[in-house]
Structures are given as structure tokens and as C-alpha cells.
Design a binder for this molecule. Structure first.
Ligand code: ZN
Length: 75
């Protein structure tokens, strides 16, 4: 559980992104409305979003909505 305040996260992220050791782990957020750079610290290097709680959830919700949208019975 990460309870760091958002501002601190942004500042820390900037430093992390600049670290040479993290260059090969840089990735682009998969959210089309975000496209933020982030360092993929996951073991499998399959992280897709800059922040799972923001972009990850947003994307999941959008997909969930599309998948569970009730068919419109017109007429
Ligand atoms: Zn993002």
C-alpha cells in the first residue's frame, strides 16, 4: 500500500525517471488520455499504466462498462 501524497510521488517520479539505471525500464502509459512516462518496476516488466489506481482503474472501468453495457432494446 503506497500512501505517499501525490505531489511527493510526482517529484520522486521525476528523479526516478532521470536515474540511468531506470532508463531501460522506462515505459509509456497505455492510457490514450495520459501517455505519461513511468518506470516499470514490476518483475515481469508488463506494467501498462503510470498509476494503476488512476489510469489502470479508468481503463478497467471503461472496458467493464463496454462489456457489461445492457443491450438497448429499442422500439
Ligand atoms: Zn497514465
Amino acid at each position: 500500500m503506497d500512501l505517499t501524497p501525490p505531489v511527493a510521488v510526482v517529484a520522486a517520479d521525476a528523479l526516478v525517471l532521470l536515474a540511468p539505471a531506470n532508463r531501460d525500464r522506462l515505459a509509456l502509459c497505455a492510457s490514450p488520455t495520459c501517455q505519461e512516462m513511468f518506470v516499470d518496476n514490476s518483475q515481469s516488466h508488463t506494467r501498462r499504466w503510470c498509476d494503476m489506481n488512476i489510469c489502470g482503474n479508468r481503463s478497467k472501468k471503461a472496458r467493464h462498462r463496454a462489456a457489461t453495457r445492457p443491450p438497448r432494446s429499442g422500439a
